[in-house]
Design a protein around this ligand. Sequence first.
Ligand code: IN0
Length: 430
Amino acid sequence: MRPSRSHLSLTGPFCYTMLHKVSRSFALVIQQLDTDLRNAVCIFYLVLRALDTVEDDTSIPTEVKVPILLAFHSHVYDRDWHFACGTNDYKVLMDQFHLVSTAFLELGKGYQKAIEDITQKMGAGMAKFICKEVETIDDYDEYCHYVAGLVGLGLSKLFYASGKEDMAAEDLSNSMGLFLQKANIIRDYLEDINEIPKSRMFWPREIWSKYVNKLEDLKYEENSVKAVECLNDMVTNALTHAEDCFKYISALKNPAIFRFCAIPQVMAIGTLALCYNNIEVFRGVVKMRRGLTAKVIDRTNKMSDVYGAFYDFSCMLKSKINKNDPNATKTLSRINAIQKTCIDSGVLNRRLEILHNPKWAKLQFNHDCPTFHYTGHHFLVSLRQPINKLVIGGILELLSVSMGEAYVLIEVAFLCLYAVFLLDSVYPIF
Ligand code: IN0
């Protein structure tokens, strides 16, 4: 075994600073991996971001761009290679790419080979799609395979090369990427369509043409109903990958790798639940709030957390299904399949017990989801016990608060405590 290095020699600080700049919360999750693998994933991430920067830069003529994409896997071995493009942080990444190459060359051969192999396949796939629109759902899956499914394959290879995991099945690794990428493509509709100069769009014509004549028509107010129907169709399509993700994640053995893989998937189902039936996707930014993101990062540690989060978010999505939506039945059956897998896993038993326990008879269930109301009566009764009255009466006299006012105050305080307790134990994500 190679000795473990806590830092890549000279270029480490640059790579980790860059990683933080281009990926906010995800950088924190990468940093929890063990040293060797962490370096490999960090370099892989930056190489992919650089490749993406070339693909995205609309100012590069096709005849220049295509050869770069095709040869990118060999540029990573060349410390002298340089190509200026991109903007802001991505420009810095491209300008300083020799630091990424230097760090790449310090990685173990197994890691280098995995990164090279995926970079080559992804570059070729991107080149293929430079002049090709995403027409069919098959095109959509193919494009997502190149830019995200291959990332899953590459990561599986890196995990295997680290000796910490068995080699995962290709189709499951692919689905992991597709689920993330489809959630991003859906969420970023407005940002992408409004980009100047015009960027390419990845919503497949086979889906959107059922609702509008041109993809950009979805953003106009007069098409709101059609737009939301189209959005729901896209979300329903993305949901097909969720169960492969369970299979992939549940086979992981190393706790740090588990978190690294599970957190983005939980964020993706959260994003899909948030976007579903939400016209705001066509009006502004729809993103999971920072607090919720922090909770996902903090509370995704084991498989029961993943099933729990998928169960909760799919409950949220299910409650938003409108029976008049053209795909309502399809969406519902996909959600039911996801929820069944979560329940059949057996690990949700404790939380389901809490939900269905007669002790919580005041909880009202709607679509199997914990929407509840509380009358407060329970606590008032105990307050009226003579002994409690005596003790509390004394305190109230000291504070010169009347019994009536106190009942209201205590009622409110208990209600808040009750709500916080319930939200945390029954619905931990929120
Ligand atoms: C990723 C993926 C990623 C992480 C873990 C396991 C994966 C398995 C298969 C495929 C991808 C996997 O995760 C990141 C998450 C990310 O970058 N989040 C952003 C948030 C955002 O809105 O962009 C952040 O700033 O935190 C991811 O989205 N992609 C990615 C890229 C490289 C690597 Cl090594 C891992 C991008 C993509 C296109 C979805 C694959």
